[in-house]
Design a protein around this ligand. Structure first.
Ligand code: NDP
Length: 461
């Protein structure tokens, strides 16, 4: 049977756009649909606008430090409307770039929500198209727990469009989005309450790094409300100020509540049940190592599969799929040693194993750490510290984890991720000459391993 397309992609975010462009480059006839804006979470309401807000908020620290370097500034004031609108303009520009990239690649864009009608047919509004192969790349969306008054809370989706920046903002959650936005709002001058149900932020990251971030957030003036769960949010005549009631009976007032308690894959309303695409236990689309779903001609990439929910991972998965299915270059996405960063202030970035993971998986370790006050802050009186950590497998001398909390951590770790991916040893790190004076040189001059507890056996033994 002749289909309209060789490939039809549902969702024009990072993974979907990459897959469609690469497939078209391999000669496939490709269509794609999008029900919101081309570019997806990353470009429209995630990584890109978030990083611009981080840049905007960081000026507050720069202005403070400038005085010790001899600058006299009039007390700086900030216009949220200017920052918000300039960020929105950049998002519009990138949205246009993405649309042109699709056009340039010969991919036909259909605006509207795609729904699978059968294994080869997709309805987009009133329109119906057919395709030999289908890729689902519908991403994820924020989840807000079912508490009373949840309708008064916003999520990161709305945070980019606030009419004004309230004086008091409560951020709920202790993950990536919560700590990033707590830092943004704090830098822009709001009083920030960060409410988290654990004792520290960023569960899953290296424990020492979690502590370093937690202490830095506290030091920066954010009120850390730990081991706290929210019972309900009450509003005054349906609007701010809000009273936040905790499960233990406490309460406090705030002008805005933003929930950042995780995201869930966008799997409903796209006809998955109809064609037999199965979900895993966590509600994500179940895929094999080739990103193939339980239906033979349907694949899925990115956050909708809930593997590692990062844009570059979705790009990798989409690219591998397109090369494999349309480029005669079969390759699987490699989810090992994926570096990542949290753009809190200061940043946390890492690649490879946490110390806790390394202890579970490997035998004896050598752990090197360094904690210091960055040179820039020796002149100004900022109390911010940098923390670095190398985790080495003692048996092979391979560096299996690199972690950093400090300014520009993400930029530094990106470079070191190449070394870790290439299997570099600690001896090779030691043989590398540092660049002086930088923070990064610490990574090649850590000489003394931390005194280890008694050697443990591998978990599997
Ligand atoms: P995360 O999964 O990172 O964090 C969710 C947080 O909310 C955790 O602290 C969790 O606590 C807490 N939480 C969950 N449910 C509740 C609840 N019912 N009540 C109170 N707290 C709760 O999710 P995010 O929303 O921050 O981010 C989603 C994903 O987006 C991330 O996994 C990441 O992959 C991606 N992302 C990446 C960024 C980057 O690369 N810089 C930036 C932003 C997002 P607990 O630990 O106890 O479960």
């Amino acid at each position: 049977m002749a289909y309209d397309y060789d490939l039809f992609v549902i969702g024009a975010g990072s993974g979907g756009v990459r897959a469609s462009r690469i497939a078209a480059g391999h000669g496939a006839r490709v269509g794609i649909c999008e029900d919101f804006r081309v570019g997806g979470t990353c470009v429209i309401r995630g990584c890109v606008p978030k990083k611009l807000l981080v840049y905007g908020s960081k000026f507050a620290h720069e202005f403070e430090d400038a005085a010790a370097y001899g600058w006299t500034l009039a007390p700086p004031t900030h216009s949220w409307a200017t920052l918000r609108d300039n960020v929105a303009k950049e998002v519009d520009r990138l949205n246009g770039v993405y649309i042109r990239l699709l056009e340039g690649a010969g991919v036909k864009l259909h605006m509207g929500r795609g729904r699978l009608m059968d294994r080869h047919t997709i309805a987009i509004g009133e329109e119906t198209v057919t395709a030999e192969k289908i890729l689902i790349a519908t991403g994820g969306a924020p989840v807000v727990p079912e508490i009373r008054g949840r309708e008064f809370a916003i999520t990161s989706n709305e945070a980019f469009h606030l009419p004004e920046l309230p004086k008091r903002i409560t951020v709920v959650g202790g993950g990536y989005i919560a700590v990033e936005f707590a830092g943004i709002f704090n830098g822009l001058g709001a009083h920030v309450d960060l409410v988290l149900r654990r004792d520290r932020v960023l569960r899953g990251f290296d424990e020492e790094c979690r502590t370093a971030v937690h202490e830095s957030l506290k030091e920066s003036g954010i009120k850390m409300r730990t081991e706290m769960q929210i019972d309900c949010i009450e509003a005054t005549n349906g609007k701010a100020p809000f009273t936040v009631h905790t499960q233990l009976g406490g309460m406090f007032e705030t002008d805005l509540v933003m929930y950042a308690t995780g995201r869930a894959p966008n799997t409903s309303g796209i006809g998955l049940e109809k064609v037999g695409v199965q979900l895993d236990k966590a509600g994500a689309i179940a895929v094999d190592e080739w990103s193939k779903t339980t239906v033979d001609n349907i694949w899925a990439v990115g956050d909708v599969t809930d593997r590692i929910n990062l844009t570059p991972v979705a790009l990798m998965e989409g690219h591998c799929f397109a090369d494999t299915e349309f480029g005669k270059k079969p390759r699987k996405a490699d989810h090992r040693d994926v570096p990542s960063a949290v753009f809190c202030q200061p940043e946390l970035a890492n690649v490879g194993l946490t110390e806790e993971e390394a202890r579970m998986r490997l035998g004896e370790l050598k752990v090197f750490t360094s904690a210091f006050r960055p040179m820039k802050y020796t002149v100004s009186s900022r109390q911010q510290r940098t923390f670095m950590k190398l985790i080495v497998d003692a048996a092979t001398d391979k560096v299996v984890g690199v972690h950093m909390v400090g300014d520009d951590a993400a930029e530094l770790i990106q470079g070191l991720a190449v070394a870790v991916k290439a299997g570099a040893t600690k001896a090779q790190f030691d043989a590398t000459v540092g660049i002086h004076p930088t923070a990064g040189e610490e990574f090649v001059t850590m000489r003394t391993a931390r005194v280890e507890p008694a050697p443990r056996q591998k978990a599997a033994e």
